[in-house]
Every structure is written in C-alpha cells, then in structure tokens.
Design a binder for this molecule. Structure first.
Ligand code: MN
Ligand code: MN
Length: 418
C-alpha cells in the first residue's frame, strides 16, 4: 500500500515535470492554452485507471488538472469548494452589471456570499440597504460611495483599487462609478443566503407606496411625485458626479458629517507580514473599526510560494482569486481530502477549522482575498503547533528524526519561503 502510494507520487511528479516543460514551451510559442490542453491529455495517458478514452472538455480539464488527475493523497467525497464567477448569471443594465455566488451556487458557502459588480462612469448601484453586512474590495477604477450612519449623519467617500468599504446591516448606501471608466469591485456579505435580488431599493419602495401617501410624507403636491419610477432601478446610468468636497458638504447639511470612516485604504497600510514568498495584509475591526462582522486578509504569493498549512479556529473562509493560479487542498477529516485549482475570478471556500494550504502553481504572482464572518482575523499554522509541542511527542507521531524536527519553522511563516 505504502509502496503503491509512493509509486503514484513518483509518477505524478513525472507528470508535473512534463507539465512544466509543456508550460515553458507554450510560453515561448505564445501558445500556452493549446500546450496546457495537450498536457492535460498527456497526464492521464499511460495510466489506464486515470485515462479518459472519450474526449470531454479539454479547456475546462486543463484548468482543473487536480480534479481530472487528483493527487494520490486526495480521498473520499468532499463537496466542491470552488465556483467560478464566469458561470454565474450576469445581470446587465445601463450603467453596469452584477453577478453573485451564494449558497445557491456554491452549496458549502453557508456563512458568506459574494457579488462581483461593474459600474460605468456615472453608473449607479441605487440607494438601498439589506439585512446582511456588506464588505467590499475595489478591484479596478474608482467609485464614490455614500451612506448615513445610525445617527443620520452622512458619509461620502471616493475609493480606488485596493480600497475597502463596510456598511453594517440596515445602513442605507449607494455606489457610483467615477471618471474615466467607472469601477469594478467585489462585495462580500455575512450571510451565504444573501441575494442582490432581495435588497431594499429606494425606487422599489416608492413604486410600492401609494402616491398620495408619498405626497403626504414629502409634504408636496401629488402631481410632483407622479413621475417617480414604477419599478426598481437597481443599476442605472446617471451623470458623473461633481467634486467630492461639494457632495460631502451638501450631504452633511446642518447635522455635519459622520465621525465614522466607512472606507479603508488598504495599500496605505504596511504588510502585516512579508516574507521571501510573498506578503499578507490583515484587515479586521482592530484596524478598520466599522468592519465589525467581516475580517479579511489580502494575500500575495510569489511563483512557487506556499500559503502554509493552517486552519482558522473562528470562522469559515470565503476566498476570491484576483490574479495568478493556485491549488488548494482541504483536508476534510475522516480520511477525506480534495485538491482543486483556482484562477482569477474563482471563489473558494473552506469550512471553519478545516486544514488547508494554497500553493502558487503559476509563473506570475498569485493574489487572492480571504474573508471571514468575524470581527477578528485568526489562524493557526501547522508549524507553530508542532514547534510548540514537546518534540518527543511530535516525533512519536510522525516518525521524524531530531534533525528534521529542529529544522521546522519555529514561528508562523504565513507564506513560504520565509
Ligand atoms: Mn449593498
Ligand atoms: Mn486560510
């Protein structure tokens, strides 16, 4: 049994060797995709247990090499923990688009959901609120966000790539694309069942309130409110807004602006940890005060680097892959484990306490986000666990000699190599 495993491992290493060669060749001939497809087919050839005599979907197979040809350490039924935004339905409007990955798309993702949204310059995600908290990461461009706090005081701010925002449940807000090309962003909600189709929208509310009541409420003649929309806007095209200071001044009115900063400039903060293998920025309510129910890490792993073997004692992890390529194995207890491959636009998910790692399998930087339904970020690493346990006890478990034990990292590296 052990021999067989060892042989499989060796064979797989051979396959991976071929893979790198094909990849390098593909790069040189600018024919990467074709090389990868051919490589994927080669991987399963020569092993009748793994070969697929009937052609399937070679492009998809090439993107999911660890599903098509799982490492021998994978075992048992582990529900899928990947969903690409590419196959999520896109709601297209004048002014932008929106698509979501929730528990309905990715069954394992019960505690968090995400929305990927694009707004053109002037495009508006209309004034609304919802029962879930909203955490956001700017992926591209610039947007203007507005809200009022629980005391009714206004917040208006501009955000650019790498910036965050956070709106607590029931806090009304809006997002609008700025010049020259609007923005694209990721929204994360602290409820897997969240839906962009079920938020409280200003236009929808007004469309479903008798016009005489609206006129009485606003103390204006009924004729003045007759032109209000009869159905929701959700996303619509408007004029590009004017200077920020002017919007801030007019929104503040006599009450003055909110003392709360609902936005966070991630890149103005130094990395929480930087190693030879990459860097991580942890943002939770310690640094971004208003973000009371979502903690996050922005992670960059260099080619060949490893987000080390670790787990999160406090919460499920919702991942979004911004760029590069990765594989992740989730060890799901009871001898079950699964490895899946990720690239830009993919969502990954890891249940609370389950061990995992993320390896950069590409030849460019891997950048991804980790989000947790928690006020604080928390992880424990395998190395810090083992290096702070009596060595004889560890040795008795793992059949490691003293020299090897002494070489284990003594602290949490987060990203390897250190
Ligand atoms: Mn919202
Ligand atoms: Mn993790």
């Amino acid at each position: 049994m052990a021999d067989e495993l060892e042989k499989e491992r060796w064979t797989r290493r051979g396959f991976l060797g071929a893979s790198s060669a094909a990849l390098a060749a593909g790069m040189m001939t600018a024919n990467n995709a074709a090389a990868q497809i051919q490589d994927s087919a080669q991987k399963t050839q020569g092993d009748p247990r793994r070969s697929e005599p009937v052609q399937k979907n070679p492009a998809l197979d090439a993107q999911n090499a660890d599903s098509v040809n799982p490492p021998p350490t994978d075992a048992g039924g582990v529900p899928t923990f990947k969903y690409p935004f590419s196959i999520a339905h896109k709601r297209v409007h004048e002014g932008g688009w929106s698509r979501e990955v929730t528990v309905r798309e990715l069954a394992v993702s019960k505690s968090l959901a995400g929305v990927n949204m694009r707004l053109t310059a002037g495009g508006v995600r209309e004034l609304h609120w919802h029962t879930a908290a909203e955490w956001a990461y700017m992926l591209y461009g610039t947007t203007r966000i507005t809200c009022i706090d629980a005391d009714g005081k206004s917040f208006v701010g501009d955000t650019k790539e790498g910036d965050l925002w956070y709106f607590p449940p029931g806090i009304p807000h809006s997002i609008q694309g700025l010049a020259p090309d609007g923005g694209e962003f990721l929204l994360v909600f602290d409820d897997g069942n969240f839906s962009e189709y079920e938020t409280v929208l200003l236009s929808d509310w007004m469309a479903h309130t008798p016009r005489d009541v609206v006129s009485k409420n606003f103390v204006v003649p009924q004729a003045a409110v007759e032109k209000m929309p009869h159905k929701e806007l959700f996303i619509f095209q408007a004029e590009i807004p004017g200077p920020l200071a002017e919007d801030q001044r007019r929104a503040a009115g006599a009450l003055g602006p909110s003392p709360i900063d609902f936005a966070f400039r991630t890149m103005q903060m130094p990395p929480t940890k930087r190693t030879k293998g990459g860097e991580v920025r942890v943002i939770d309510s310690n640094t971004f005060k208003i973000s009371q129910n979502i903690a996050a890490a922005v992670v960059t792993v260099k080619p060949g680097g490893l987000r080390e073997l670790h787990w999160h004692p406090n919460a499920d992890e919702w991942q979004f892959y911004i760029s590069g390529k990765a594989r992740m194995t989730v060890f799901a207890t009871g001898g079950r484990a699964r490895t899946m491959d990720f690239e830009a636009g993919d969502v990954g998910y890891v249940l609370k306490t389950l061990p995992h790692y993320i390896e950069n399998t590409g030849n460019t930087d891997l950048k991804f986000l980790e989000m947790f339904k928690s006020s604080y970020y928390q992880d424990l690493s395998l190395s810090e666990w083992l290096s702070h346990t009596p060595p004889e006890l560890v040795a008795a478990h793992l059949n490691l000699d003293k020299t090897t034990l002494d070489m284990l990292p003594r602290t949490k590296a987060v990203i390897l190599p250190e």
